[in-house]
Write a protein that binds this ligand. Structure first.
Ligand code: SAM
Length: 269
């Protein structure tokens, strides 16, 4: 297939990318035929896949608003994705223009688009790195130039942990990130979960994602809660994402259909 002008030359346009599939669920235009085919296979298996992406994105926005209200002015968004409306810097800087945001993603398309959108915004940076190598993120010169870890910082790992296998030791990854943070910092997590869900749906979803650059690791509520080790969970704890501080009671109805569990933890001390 032909590579469009906006696509970096290094990318594999024949293999579905989870970043571009997510962009497709959200109605974006930075995806290829191969991504759309995989995303449609996912929708055939799990019809609410686009709703899941929207519910997760809405959770991210509410969490950033909460953090901004709590006085956080520094954000490290890992697995940030292809920028869509309502990005972290838009929400944070609307409320507090001095907020600084670093976006980190492993996907070259996500990184290229983030750079394009953020050109001229000198309170943001974009870094191509891998969550599984947290030391490289924490010591990256662009991260260090933008964020002062002696000040409270929010680390966002939203809808990305399910692409980190148990072999890649997510608990250790999160421990390394936590060790860099000062008390009063926050961790925001969400991840696909199978808590009380249809086994067949799970198997089919895993099958679709096996064809992509990042297979799925669906986890239980207890596992996601365990990832907050060392943090105090903010109310209402780990819940289906529409149930996390919903704007209206109706928006939290049928919350388990969102498939993502999420929560926010605060580093005490
Ligand atoms: C489902 S999107 C989530 C985007 C955004 N965080 C959100 O919640 O709207 C997952 C993103 O994580 C990225 N990703 C997957 N594995 C990663 C890894 N090991 N390190 C960094 N980013 C990763 C993908 O490229 C993709 O952009």
């Amino acid at each position: 297939m032909q590579r469009p002008d906006w696509a970096p030359e290094t990318i594999d346009v024949e293999r579905p990318s989870v970043a571009r599939m997510y962009d497709y669920y959200l109605g974006g235009s930075h995806n290829f035929a191969v991504d759309r085919a995989a995303a449609r296979a996912m929708v055939a298996a799990v019809p609410q896949a686009p709703l899941m992406a929207q519910a997760n994105r809405a959770f991210l926005r509410r969490a950033v608003q909460f953090l901004t209200d709590a006085g956080i002015r520094q954000f490290l968004d890992i697995g940030s994705g292809i920028p869509t409306v309502g990005n972290v810097h838009e929400i944070a800087q609307r409320h507090a223009p001095d907020s600084r945001v670093v976006y980190v993603d492993v996907d070259p398309v996500a990184v290229a688009h983030s750079r394009e959108i953020l050109a001229g915004n000198d309170h943001t940076a974009v870094v191509q790195e891998d969550l599984r190598r947290p030391d490289r993120i924490l010591t990256h010169p662009d991260v260090r130039a933008m964020l002062d870890f002696s000040q409270p910082t929010a680390v966002l790992v939203v809808a990305v942990l399910h692409f980190v296998s148990d072999d890649d030791r997510p608990t250790e990854v999160l421990r390394t990130l936590r060790a860099a943070l000062t008390p009063g910092s926050y961790l925001v997590l969400s991840q696909a979960s199978d808590d009380g869900r249809d086994e067949a749906e799970r198997t089919e979803a895993e099958e679709v994602y096996r064809r992509t650059d990042s297979p799925l690791w669906i986890r239980s509520r207890a596992e996601l809660t365990g990832f907050f080790d060392g943090f105090e969970l903010v109310e209402p704890g780990v819940v289906w994402v529409p149930q996390w501080r919903p704007e209206t009671p109706e928006s939290a109805e049928d919350a388990e259909r969102a498939v993502f569990l999420g929560g926010v933890g605060r580093l005490g001390g």
